[in-house]
Design a protein around this ligand. Structure first.
Ligand code: NAP
Length: 266
C-alpha cells in the first residue's frame, strides 16, 4: 500500500515518455509521490503502474493537453492549491522542423504555446503558493539551443532562451522566499522529440547525443549541487561562468542617455 512521504509530491509535465518519464522514475526512486501530466492517458497509466509497484509511491495521472487553455487552467489550479506539491518539473515541449520561412506558422504558434505560455502559467501558479509557504522547487527544462540561434531553429531556440531568462529572474526573486529554481539545458538527447519533428537524430554525430538516463542523472546532480543553470554536457562550468560574466559586464553600458559615438554621424 502506497503511503504519503516526506519529500512531498512532484508534478511533472510531459511525463508519458522521454525526459519527463525518466525524471518520474528518478524522483519516485528518491521517494517523491508524483502527479504525471501529458496527453496520452494509456502511456501515463503504464508509467504510473510501474512506478507505484517499483517504488511504493503514490502516483496520480492528469491527462491534459497543455496547449488547451481549459486543461492548462486545471493543472494551474492543482499547482496553486495542492500544498503537497513541493516540486514542479516544467518539461513538456516540442519542436518544429524546417527553416523559419518554410515553417507551418500554426505549428510554430502551437510550439510557442506549449514551450512558453504553458510553463509560464504553471510556474506562476506554483511559485506564488510556494513563496507563501517558504519552500518548494521549480525545474524548467530549457535547451543549449538557447545559445545556438545561428545554427538551430530560431523559434524553438527562442522558446528555450525564454525559459533560461525566466529561470534566472525567478531564482533571484524567489530564493529569498525559500524557493529553488533551476534551468536544465540539455544538448541533443535520445528521445522521441526528434522523430515527432521529422528529424533523424542518427544523422547527428553520435558523440553529440546523450542517453536520456545520463542526461537526467546529470541534471539531478546539478540540482543537488544547488545550480541555477545546469548544462549536463558542458565539460567545464568555468566556460559558462565566463559567458555569464561577459554578459553581465555589458550591463552598465546597455542603457544610456546618449547614443554611442559610432552612431553620431549627423
Ligand atoms: N531530446 C532532446 O534532444 C532535448 C534537448 C533539449 C531540450 N529538450 C526539451 O526537453 C523537454 C522534453 O522533451 P523530450 O526530448 O523528452 O521529448 P519527447 O520524448 O517528445 O516527450 C515530450 C513529452 O511532452 C508531452 N507533450 C507533448 N505535447 C504536449 C501537450 N500539448 N500537452 C501536454 N504534454 C505534451 C509528451 O506527451 P504526450 O504526447 O503524451 O502529450 C511527452 O511526454 C522538451 O521541453 C524539450 O524541448 C529536449
Amino acid at each position: 500500500m502506497a503511503t504519503s512521504n516526506s519529500n512531498g509530491t512532484a508534478l511533472i509535465t510531459g511525463a508519458s515518455t522521454g525526459i519527463g518519464a525518466t525524471y518520474a522514475d528518478r524522483l519516485a526512486r528518491r521517494g517523491y509521490d508524483l502527479v504525471l501530466v501529458a496527453r496520452d492517458r494509456q502511456r501515463l497509466d503504464s508509467v504510473a503502474v510501474r512506478l507505484r509497484s517499483q517504488y511504493g509511491v503514490q502516483v496520480d495521472v492528469l491527462q491534459a493537453d497543455l496547449t488547451d487553455r481549459a486543461s492548462l487552467a486545471h493543472v494551474e489550479q492543482r499547482l496553486a492549491t495542492d500544498s503537497r506539491i513541493s516540486l514542479l518539473l516544467n518539461n513538456a515541449g516540442n519542436t518544429v522542423e524546417g527553416s523559419f520561412v518554410s515553417s507551418d506558422i500554426d505549428k510554430v504558434e502551437n510550439m510557442i504555446t506549449l514551450n512558453v505560455i504553458a510553463p509560464t502559467r504553471l510556474a506562476k501558479a506554483a511559485a506564488a503558493r510556494m513563496a507563501q509557504e517558504g519552500k518548494g522547487a521549480i525545474i524548467n527544462i530549457g535547451s543549449v539551443t538557447a545559445m545556438m540561434a545561428e545554427t538551430f531553429s530560431g523559434t524553438y531556440s527562442g522558446t528555450k532562451a525564454y525559459m533560461l531568462n525566466l529561470t534566472q529572474a525567478m531564482q533571484v526573486e524567489l530564493a529569498p522566499a525559500g524557493v529553488r529554481v533551476q534551468a536544465v539545458l540539455p544538448g541533443a538527447t535520445r528521445t522521441e522529440i526528434w522523430e515527432r519533428a521529422g528529424i533523424d537524430i542518427n544523422a547527428l554525430p553520435k558523440e553529440m547525443v546523450m542517453a536520456v538516463d545520463d542526461m537526467v542523472d546529470a541534471a539531478l546532480a546539478g540540482f543537488d549541487q544547488g545550480e541555477t543553470v545546469t548544462l549536463p554536457a558542458l565539460p567545464d562550468m568555468a566556460d559558462w561562468q565566463a559567458f555569464t560574466a561577459a554578459r553581465l559586464a555589458l550591463q552598465p553600458n546597455l542603457s544610456r542617455s546618449t547614443a554611442a559615438p559610432r552612431y553620431l554621424t549627423a
